[in-house]
Write a protein that binds this ligand. Structure first.
Ligand code: NDP
Ligand code: OXD
Length: 316
């Protein structure tokens, strides 16, 4: 039985199955999925994914909000959010999933997976020219927890790596750029663009036609490639289709979309040079993430500081 004196958790999720989270959290603490009224005084923590607007606004004893994802745009979208600390996921398990996804997609584009699948369908025996990985520059937008881990893996696989961040960053063997002033230089030096940015007012719609047109197209891939595993609203779906059609982009791997689930009418579903995954690049696994979340709550109750806090002003 969970100890009664430990802070109680409100588990508030939409679009995600709360069951496994509930089962694991409730082994250690009392958990409810609905507050007992808008001003329920018994709630100490909220564990959330796309919580209902207004749900947290008036809970008088809420001390911290825990995101079950690395991204927190789903939390900050609520204009009534109370002013309490927000903790996000930073975990080896999630980072490894994302690193796998990025490596998988970069290697598939680099080794012409789309072309070979098409050739196989038509029983064509033809070998296109090959370029070594060190002739390809992968540019990562977002050099945070996930971007840096992906960069390390790509370097080990032999690629050249560029990184773009908000503030100036340095990373061994990575050419780093930052801010608006660094963006054009970063794009002009990038063959395969990997987007691992958070969604904020500054990054919304950033992956548009104008940006894609600045990517380098001199590589053996026959054109620039886009991989977006950040957030769907970073991109303009229609601009990606246009860029694919006019040769600005050769191929794209998209894990996230402006509207999710991706509407059945979207041309991205059937585009021959688009690889679609359903926002599954790095799934939050409660079996790995609940224990550290509970440990943070215990530490907080011993007056230790919370870690992996969101900077609300920066929006991530
Ligand atoms: P971090 O907060 O660790 O890193 C964010 C990076 O983006 C930082 O380098 C930051 O710059 C940079 N950044 C933020 N705003 C700007 C800006 N305006 N201009 C330039 N750079 C900017 O986040 P994570 O690496 O942990 O996660 C990144 C995102 O990945 C999440 O926010 C989420 O949206 C997405 N995600 C997607 C998943 C999926 O399954 N598809 C799974 C998990 C996460 P600086 O270094 O200067 O702070
Ligand atoms: C996340 C996600 O932000 O799964 O962790 O999208």
């Amino acid at each position: 039985m969970p100890e009664k004196k430990k802070g109680r958790i409100l588990l508030a999720m939409t679009g995600l199955n709360p069951r496994p989270w509930y089962e694991l959290l409730s082994k250690a603490r009392q958990v409810v999925t609905e507050p007992d009224g808008a001003e329920d005084p018994s709630i100490t923590y909220a564990v959330v994914w796309k919580q209902r607007r207004n749900l947290l606004a008036r809970l008088p004893n809420l001390r911290a909000i825990f995101s079950v994802g690395a991204g927190v745009d789903h939390i900050l979208a609520d204009p009534t959010l109370p002013d309490v600390p927000i903790v996000r996921i930073v975990a080896d398990n999630l980072t490894q999933h994302m690193t796998d996804y990025v490596l998988w997609r970069v290697l598939d584009h680099h080794r012409q997976g789309m072309l070979y699948r098409e050739q196989q369908k038509r029983k064509i025996w033809r070998e296109p020219p090959q370029r070594p990985a060190n002739d390809i520059s992968v540019g990562i937008m977002g050099l945070g927890e996930l971007g840096r881990a992906a960069a390390r893996a790509l370097l080990l696989a032999g690629f050249r790596v560029n990184g773009w961040s908000r503030r100036e960053r340095s990373m061994q063997d990575v050419a780093t750029f930052h801010g608006e002033q660094g963006l054009t230089h970063f794009l002009n030096a990038t063959d395969i663009l990997v987007v691992l940015l958070p969604l904020t007012p500054q990054t919304t719609g950033i992956v548009n036609y104008r940006l894609l047109a600045q990517l380098r197209k001199r590589n053996g891939l026959g054109g620039a490639v886009l991989i977006n595993a950040g957030r769907g609203r970073l991109q303009k779906d229609a601009d990606i289709v246009k860029a694919l059609e006019d040769g600005t982009l050769k191929e794209a791997s998209l894990d996230v979309f402006e509207v999710e689930p991706l509407p059945k009418t979207s041309p991205l579903w059937t585009h021959p040079r688009v690889f679609v995954t359903p926002h599954a690049a790095a799934t939050s696994d409660p079996a790995h993430l609940v224990a550290p979340m509970l440990a943070q709550m215990d530490a907080f109750e011993r007056n230790e500081p919370l870690t992996n806090l969101v900077d609300r002003k920066a929006g991530y």
